[in-house]
Ligand binder design. Structure first.
Ligand SMILES: Cc1cc2nc3c(=O)[nH]c(=O)nc-3n(C[C@H](O)[C@H](O)[C@H](O)COP(=O)(O)OP(=O)(O)OC[C@H]3O[C@@H](n4cnc5c(N)ncnc54)[C@H](O)[C@@H]3O)c2cc1C
Length: 464
């Protein structure tokens, strides 16, 4: 078995780790992971909020999997025939994967933000993913948001990613200094004049997408307070049974934030039953952008938000949409209806409905952008089991697209070239950078100080 995993995020590492456990010791196999990011671990490095360092403990397991001599990681390699969204990547066409490997797992995640039809990107409107890319210094990080010129931010969507962004804007920069927040990001946050973050949701508190842990963190923010919610919003309709989570959300929201509203300089609000209906950018008449919000109610039959016909307008400086993620429409086996790759029982299925032999999808690439790391891990373990079962009992009626008998030791020639040119980061290279980032962090009294590709490359290849 010679397996290529496209993507080097958590799902890829969990599949590899499980295969190390499940595959018989007598079987000679190789697992090669390719990521277009130069560093491994996907959203664990470039997504998880800096003040959640414990979430990143899963990387110990990934390190363990990578120590196995049969696994190799190749970072800075974009697999596919479309132009890479990251400039400096080595290009590896899919045909090279198909001719060099007997098995493939697509673990490419959902890398694009879902947009709101009424909120096109503009100087007044960006996505939460762009904010996350900025504060994690992703290779595609946009220029910093103009936090020193704004005071009111509207977050559209009330899931955990939205609350991550809210915490970053409302937490005192001195609290953030000890975490994995790059110095240049801290410099921008230190100049921030943001005073209020409004978190807009089209349905009510019972339907909110955030989890208790994240809500509690907001409630307990040391330097911010929540605008109290109108009591009628916290009154469930009669006869509607509540889950334990819903009861706790209502209790927490009724108590309000730890700091009484009005006692802090920074404030936040949960603006339920509001759906964006348009955004007017600043003009000579209005110095601030004007966000139109349609008022909504939840239809008890469908649980969907329906407009009441009433609208209101909020003067705001920056609208940040946090509405989830989808896969890349140009990716092979992408299903536009689903917003991610088309799989059936973990196996990739073509447009024509044919199951491909030994070609799998894992993690967010296959399930869509749902769930936290624990769910991604369970899915990846299930994919590993499918691979092993198919190996033991090959499935009938599948279409072969891969090389059934590749040389175990060979790597695709594009990758050989990239390794020779030191344009590719392997796992031992990453561990050197990881250690150096932590060393630099220690000097500054923080978890780590991140490097960008140019710096990392220089460290690995001083003569460049
Ligand atoms: C902002 C944010 C914060 C989160 N915070 C938490 C949290 O605190 N706790 C928690 O449990 N979960 C959190 N999650 C969820 C968690 O990150 C996901 O469950 C998990 O990352 C999904 O793993 P994955 O491997 O499927 O996708 P990803 O982590 O996205 O990995 C996919 C990888 O594939 C690579 N790739 C894509 N296309 C190509 C290509 N063509 N060629 C080569 N490489 C490619 C990408 O560069 C990426 O590295 C968060 C998610 C987001 C978006």
């Amino acid at each position: 078995m010679k397996l290529a995993i496209i993507g080097g995020g958590p799902s890829a590492f969990y599949v590899a780790s499980r295969l190390h456990k499940l595959l018989p010791q007598t079987l000679e196999y190789r697992i090669h992971l390719f990521d277009r990011l130069w560093s491994p671990h996907g959203l664990v490095r470039y997504g998880v909020a800096p003040d959640h360092p414990e979430v990143k403990n899963c990387t110990h397991k990934f390190d363990e999997a990578a120590l196995d001599r049969r696994l190799r990681f190749f970072g800075n390699v974009n697999v596919g025939d479309n132009p890479s969204p990251i400039q400096h990547t080595v290009k590896l066409p899919l045909s090279s994967i198909f001719s060099n490997y007997s098995h493939v797992v697509f673990a490419t995640g959902c890398t694009l933000p879902k947009r709101h039809s009424e909120l096109p990107p503009s100087a007044s409107c960006t996505s939460a993913l762009s904010m996350v890319h900025w504060y994690t210094q992703h290779p595609n990080a946009p220029s910093p948001p103009p936090l020193d010129k704004i005071s009111h931010v509207s977050l559209i969507g009330n899931g955990n990613v939205s609350l991550d962004v809210a915490r970053m804007l409302l937490t005192n920069v001195d609290v953030l200094r000890k975490y994995d927040v790059p110095e240049r990001v801290l410099d921008v946050l230190a100049e921030s004049t943001v005073k209020h973050v409004s978190i807009v949701g089209r349905r009510g508190p019972l339907e909110a997408a955030f989890t208790m842990k994240e809500l509690r963190e907001m409630i307990n923010l040391p330097d911010a307070s929540m605008v109290p919610l109108a009591p009628e919003l916290l009154q469930p309709s009669e006869g509607v049974p509540l889950t334990r989570q819903q009861t706790r959300v209502l209790q927490l929201l009724s108590k309000g934030s730890k700091n009484t509203f009005g006692t802090t300089e920074k404030t936040w609000s949960l603006d339920f039953y509001r759906s964006p209906a348009g955004l007017m950018v600043p003009s000579p008449e209005n110095a601030r952008a004007q966000l139109s919000l349609a008022h909504t109610v939840v239809d008890p039959a469908t649980q969907r938000a329906v407009p009441t016909g009433e609208t209101s307008t909020v003067a705001t400086d920056l609208v940040v949409t946090s509405l989830g993620f989808h896969g890349e429409p140009t990716a092979p086996y992408f299903d536009p209806g689903l917003g991610h790759l088309r799989t059936l029982s973990n196996r990739i299925v073509t447009n024509a409905g044919t199951t491909l032999r030994n070609v799998y999808g894992s993690g967010w690439a296959s399930t869509g952008a749902h769930g936290v790391l624990a769910a991604t891990m369970m899915n990846a373990y299930d994919v590993a089991e499918t691979i092993v079962n198919d190996h033991m009992n090959p499935l009938e009626g599948t279409e072969a697209v891969l090389n059934p008998d590749p040389s175990l030791e060979e790597i695709p020639e594009e990758v050989v070239h990239g390794v020779r040119e030191r344009n590719i980061v392997e796992y031992p290279d990453w561990k050197r950078i990881d250690e150096e980032e932590m060393r630099r962090g220690q000097v500054l009294g923080k978890e780590r100080e991140r490097m960008a590709w140019d710096e990392a490359r220089l460290l690995l290849r001083p003569s460049v």
